[in-house]
Design a protein around this ligand. Sequence first.
Ligand code: CDP
Ligand code: MG
Length: 695
Amino acid sequence: MSQFWKPGTEKPRIVDDEEGGVLFLSTAASSSSGFGYGSMEKQRQRLPVYKYRTAILYLVETHATSIIVGETGSGKTTQIPQYLKEAGWADGGRVIACTQPRRLAVQSVAARVAEEMGVKLGEEVGYTIRFEDLTNTNTTMIKFLTDGVLLREMMDDPLLTKYSVIMVDEAHERSISTDILLGLLKKIQRRRPELRLIISSATIEAKSMSAFFQTSKRRRLEGEELGPRMEPAILSVEGRGFNVQIHFAEEPVSDYVQAVVSTVLSIHNQEPMGDILVFLTGQDDIDTAVKLLNEEAQSNGKNSSGLIVLPLYSGLPRAEQELIFTPTPRGKRKVVISTNIAETSLTLEGIVYVVDCGFSKQRFYNPISDIENLVVAPISKASARQRAGRAGRVRPGKCYRLYTEEYFVNEMSAEGIPEMQRSNLVSCVIQLKALGIDNILGFDWPASPSPEAMIRALEVLYSLGVLDDDAKLTSPAGFQVAEIPLEPMISKMILSSNELGCSEEILTIAAILSIQSIWVSGRGVQKELDEAKLRFAAAEGDHVTFLNVYKGFLQSGKSSQWCHRNHVNYQAMKKVIEIRGQLRRIAQRLGIVLKSCEGDMKAVRKAVTAGFFANACRLEAFSHSGMYKTVRGSQEVYIHPSSVLFRVNPKWVIFHSLVSTDRQYMRNVISIDPSWLREAAPHFYQHQPHNAIGH
Ligand code: CDP
Ligand code: MG
C-alpha cells in the first residue's frame, strides 16, 4: 500500500490506497551523517526533511491538501515554508502562512527562519501573535502566526485571499483554535481551489485527518483540465532518532518537583556529559525547581557545579528564550526545565537526558456545573513517548519517568482528548458566529464538541447580549464584542465601561488579566510577596488592587527598581503598557469614550459584573472555612490564597478564573452587590429563587 521511494532521484510514484482513497508516500530512513555544526546551508541540508524537498513540492503542487508527518526536529516548521518560497509560492505578492498553537513557538521559529534566510525579522519573514505584529504588508513572504490570529484574520478576509499556502502546524496538539481552523479551511478550499493546505504534525492519526479532508473520491477524467486533486496526500518524513533507554520510578512519586531536583543531580553526578530536558507542568513548578537546583549549586558546589539551569514556558521574556537556544559551553551541562512546549513545538539541540514528571496543565470544562479550570492532569502515552523522544536526537539517550511502569502500562490513556471536547466554548461560538457560520451544531468539526457545552455557550452569549433570540450576533454589541481580540466576557466588560464612565480603569484591568501574572513568584519569597501585595491591596478585591499597582508603576516613571522593591514583574508591566495601548486603540475605533471614573470603584465593579456575571459566587452562611457556592451551578469554590480577598471573604464575589488542586480555587476575585447580577443578566438569573441572589 505504501511506496518506497528515495526523494531527489526520481519523480515520486504515487498509488492510491484502496480502502480510503488516500495517497501514501513514504521512504525508508537513510543513514545520516550525524550531528554537527557547519554553515547554515549545510545544517539545513542535514535535516531529515531535506531529502523530501522535491516530494513535498510535488505533492503541494498536485494536491489541495498534503498531510506531512515527521518527528520533532526533522525540519518541518523551519524548512517547508522556505522550500515553498524557493519554489515560487510567495511570488506576486502572495504569502505563505504557517500557524502554531503557541506564541513562543511562533516567535522562535520566525526568528530562526529569518536568520537562515539572512533577512531581518519583520521583512521577508515575519510573525503575528495577539497584540504583536511583526510583518510588513509589502515585503513579507513567509508569515508565522498563531492559529488564533489566523482565525481573527478571517473576519476581515473570510477567504484568506492573500495566502497561497497555509501550513497548519502541530496539528496533533488538537488545540481548540487548530480544530476550528481546520473546519473553516475545509470550507474555504471549496471556494478557493487554488489554496493549498499543509497539515503537519509530529504524530497524527494521518488517516483520520485525511478522512476529514476527503471531499470527494471523484477522479480526474482523461484530458480534463482541473485544479489540484482534492483527496489529501500523506507524506511521512522518516527521522533519524536514536535509541532512548527508558527508566521508570520504582515507587509512585509524591513530590515531583523534589523528585526532579534529585534526578537531575544524580544524572549530573553519574552520567556522561549531555544536556538535560525536564518536563514539569507550569511556571510555578518550574520556577521552584530552577530555584532549588540553583541553591543546590551554591551550597553544594562539588555536586552541581557546571549546571546551567534555565526555565522554559510561554511568556518567557525574549532575552531568556535566547539563552535556551545557545549551545552549551564546553564542560558545562545545560538543564532546561520546561512545560510541554518542548514536547513538540520547539526543538532543543544537545539533549541527551529527559526527565518526565508525567503531568501537564490541561483545561477541563464541565458543562453541567459550568466550571472550567486548569488542572494538573496525567499526560497520555502518546505524550510520554514524544517526551522520551527528545532525548534521542543527538545520540542514544535516556529518559527518566517519574512514574511506575505499571502505571504507564495500565493507567495512562493512549491519546489525549482534543481541547475542543474539554473547553468552555464561549469564545469559539462567537468567532464562528462572527464568520457567518450560523448552524454551529451542524458545523463540520474534526472532533465534535458536546451539545451540552454548545448550548451552555449559546446561553451565556445570549445573556451577555451578544446573541439575539435567533442566535445571531446582535448589532452593534455582538459585532463589537467579536471584534475585540479577548474572551467575550472581557470584551463585554470593556463595552459596559463606556456607559459606566470607567473605560480607562477597565482597559488597565483587561490588559492585566490577559497576562499570566504581574507578580514575581517562587518558593521562599511568599512572605515578602504577601507584604508587597498588602501595600496595594484594595478592599474591593484583586481587580482594584491591579489598578493601584498600575498607578504606582506609572508614578515611579515605569521604574524597574520600583518593580523590584515591590515584587512586581517588570517585564510583565511593560507588556501590560503595550497591550493596554492596543486595547485603547481598539476601544477608540469602536467609539468607546476614554474616561476615568476618578476613584468611583462601584462603576468598575459594575463593569466587571456586566462581563463576568456567570462567575458569581455567594459565601455559604456560617461557613468558617470560607466556602462559596457558584450562584448558577452550586459548585463549591474557595478564594485562592494569592487573592487579596483571601480570608476577607466578602459575602458576594465574582471570579475571573478557577484553578483546581485539592479544591476549586477562584483566582482574581472582586466583591459585588448581588442586585447588580439581575441588572446585568436578567435572563441568566431569572430562574434563581429570589433569595438566592439577595433582597
Ligand atoms: O518542525 P520540526 O520539529 O520538524 O523541526 P524544526 O522546528 O523545523 O527544527 C529543525 C531544526 O532547526 C532543529 O533541529 C533545530 O536544530 C533548528 N532550530 C534552531 O536551531 N533554532 C530554532 N529556534 C528552531 C529550529
Ligand atoms: Mg515544528
